[in-house]
Design a protein around this ligand. Structure first.
Ligand code: KIV
Length: 271
């Protein structure tokens, strides 16, 4: 089993080694210093500064509005906390799809201004020129296929992707294209478990699933979902490890009562 002693610092090469050894990779999102520090101390291998920050931090309905400056702010906060985990940062919508030079500039800003370790990009063959240009500058890239939330306005819904043969075939081809381009891994979101297993067996780079079954090389969840901070989002793939929303509300209500009843602060809590 992988553990903190064996891997003192997680790199893309370590992830590759883990796939070869059949050791599962654990990845979670984080967007701020305090949470990132807890995740790193707990031994998480990969921290994703996801553009899901658009939803869980900024309250937007989709990941579309978040900006490159927003992502750099979140990523810089995470980088100040982390000493062991590999930190991957999402390139946000509109910063890499149209033009490979613009994509390169966006990725360089994330690497230079935030000090990130790698970037993540959504899409297959359509974005491969941008992927290659970023890789040619020495910046590690992880792909993202299946349900790619930046395309929500095209999909129209967050249902499982690639259930039809044509879309499944394209997904496998896209995975091979991303591997050939030089990506160090691929995130597979909300696709049938059988298809995710097939992709995982076909590519030599690690696959990280979210709603993609357990035949992949690792798993990722949005931190606020798995801790139960978000309340209404309950897809089948989400396992909640905590009910923090109730705990936080309970603590805040107790604090309000203590303030109103003047039981806080007590004699030992003042100077
Ligand atoms: O932004 C994000 O949190 C993600 C994960 C859902 C994979 O892309």
């Amino acid at each position: 089993m992988a553990n903190k002693e064996v891997y003192s610092k997680i790199t893309t090469h370590v992830l590759q080694e883990m796939k070869l050894k059949g050791e599962k990779i654990a990845m979670l999102t984080a967007y701020d210093f305090s949470m990132a520090r807890l995740l790193d101390e707990a031994g998480i291998e990969v921290i994703l500064v996801g553009d899901s920050a658009s939803n869980v931090m900024a309250g937007h309905k989709t990941t579309v509005p978040i900006t490159l400056n927003d992502m750099i702010y979140h990523a810089s906060s995470v980088m100040r906390a982390v000493s062991r985990a590999l930190v991957v940062v999402d390139l946000p919508f509109g910063t890499y799809q149209g033009d490979s030079l613009e994509a390169l500039h966006s990725a360089i800003r994330i690497m230079k201004e935030a000090g990130a370790n790698a970037v993540k990009m959504e899409g297959g063959i359509e974005i491969v020129d941008s992927v290659k240009r970023i890789l040619s500058a020495g910046i590690p890239v992880i792909g993202h296929l299946g349900l790619t939330p930046q395309s929500i306005h095209k999909f129209g819904t967050y249902v499982v992707r690639a259930t039809e043969e044509n879309e499944a075939k394209k997904l496998v081809e896209d995975a091979l294209v991303l591997e050939k381009a030089g990506c160090f891994g691929i995130v597979l979101e909300k696709i049938p478990a059988k298809l995710a297993t097939e992709v995982t067996q076909k590519v030599k780079i690690p696959t990280i699933g979210i709603g993609a079954g357990n035949g992949v090389d690792g798993q990722v969840l949005v931190l606020h979902d798995m801790l139960g901070i978000t309340q209404k989002f309950s897809p089948r793939f989400l396992r909640r490890y905590h009910n923090l929303s109730e705990e936080i509300k309970g603590s805040v209500q107790t604090y309000i009562e203590d303030v109103k009843s003047v039981s806080f602060p007590n004699d030992r809590e003042q100077y």
